[in-house]
Design a protein around this ligand. Structure first.
Ligand SMILES: Nc1nc2c(c(CN[C@H]3C=C[C@H](O)[C@@H]3O)cn2[C@@H]2O[C@H](COP(=O)(O)O)[C@@H](O)[C@H]2O)c(=O)[nH]1
Length: 306
């Protein structure tokens, strides 16, 4: 995760469209100093959990598809999490590696109880196949084997995920430099940690090494909190819901500056309180705040990464 931290910091110090406001960070950290808001994983009550390997399989499938819901105004992450949960509850072998390799778009729609094509449906299907095939080839078909091979290290898990599954290699090139975000790979580690409450498959000694998950909700929340400031041209693009091209300077800055700003916020809160705060905890708080705010306007980029 050092790569994520150092490369996003590079973007933040060379950015043209997004600025990290340290006064804004200071204000948020000061407010959080006395009461660190704790948000429970699955506060929505929408995820599958049975305390065993099938939960790991569920979370891998979930995070393989955990991106870009906004093109359909009525769709959200909740539909994915709960649709996959209902699917698994009625058919425990639905996410077996051989079956993952065969799903079609209409079948995936049915799983999510969705009557029209899903956003980036063909990509979602391709990524499901990729996960099934690689699980079968390298991990006896089981996501639990993948996690077991990581020696309780979230960093190892992210490295392994990005090595084995091309769809999880969330990176880009910005002003000639390679930048790593690894949103879905990191969120998989965080979901395991959250679901298993840091025990069993969620027991990671280095959970503090994970950064936030740069999606389209967190940057919007950070802007609202005065932690990120946008150049007026970018502000207009977002207000008008105009699409931002994947890999553009604007898009990379929105995501990278979010990671960097929350790392700084975490350091400051830890310093003020004398307690270790985790980026995962800050992420969940920011994200939960964001999705409960219907007026929040976020950037729109078509991407399989977030
Ligand atoms: N940074 C961050 N981004 C997250 C999540 C989650 C869900 N995490 C679960 C884990 C435990 C909790 O109980 C959550 O349920 C989804 N997303 C992203 O949000 C976007 C979806 O937005 P909308 O279209 O409005 O549904 C999309 O990019 C999706 O990838 C998170 O935790 N952090």
């Amino acid at each position: 995760m050092e790569e994520v931290r150092s490369t996003t910091a590079w973007v933040a110090t060379h950015s043209s469209h997004v600025t990290v406001d340290f006064t804004g960070i200071e204000k948020v950290a000061e407010n959080m100093k006395n009461s660190l808001p704790k948000v429970e994983w699955d506060f929505e009550g929408i995820h599958y959990f049975d305390n065993g390997p099938l939960t790991v399989q569920y979370l891998l499938v979930l995070d393989a598809l955990n991106f870009c819901f906004w093109p359909d105004e009525e769709m959200s992450y909740d539909h994915l999490a709960s649709g996959l949960k209902v699917t698994l509850e009625s058919d425990k072998s639905a996410f077996d590696a051989d079956r993952l390799q065969k799903y079609t778009g209409p079948q995936l729609r049915k799983m999510l109880n969705w009557s029209r094509p899903l956003p980036l449906e063909d990509e979602r299907v391709r990524l499901l196949h990729e996960v099934g095939l690689e699980l079968e080839r390298s991990f006896e078909g089981k996501a639990s084997k993948l996690v077991e091979s990581c020696d309780n290290s979230a960093a190892k898990l992210v490295a392994l995920m990005t090595r084995h599954f091309p769809g999880f290699r969330d990176h880009t090139v910005y002003k000639g430099h390679q930048i790593f975000l690894y949103k879905r790979a990191q969120i998989f580690a965080a979901d395991l940690w959250g679901a298993f409450k840091g025990q069993g498959y969620g027991d990671f000694e280095d959970i503090s090494s994970i950064t936030i998950f740069a999606d389209y909700i967190v940057p919007a929340v950070l802007q609202q909190l005065g932690v990120l400031r946008y150049r007026s041209s970018l502000d207009n693009i977002i207000k008008k819901n105009t699409e931002i091209v994947s890999g553009s300077e604007e898009e990379v800055e929105l995501r990278a500056c979010s990671v960097y700003a929350v790392e700084k916020m975490k350091e400051l809160i830890s310093k003020k309180t004398g307690k270790q705060v985790l980026s995962v905890e800050l992420d969940l708080w920011l994200w939960a705040f964001g999705i409960q705010c219907p007026s929040l306007q976020h950037h729109r980029t078509l991407s399989i990464y977030y």
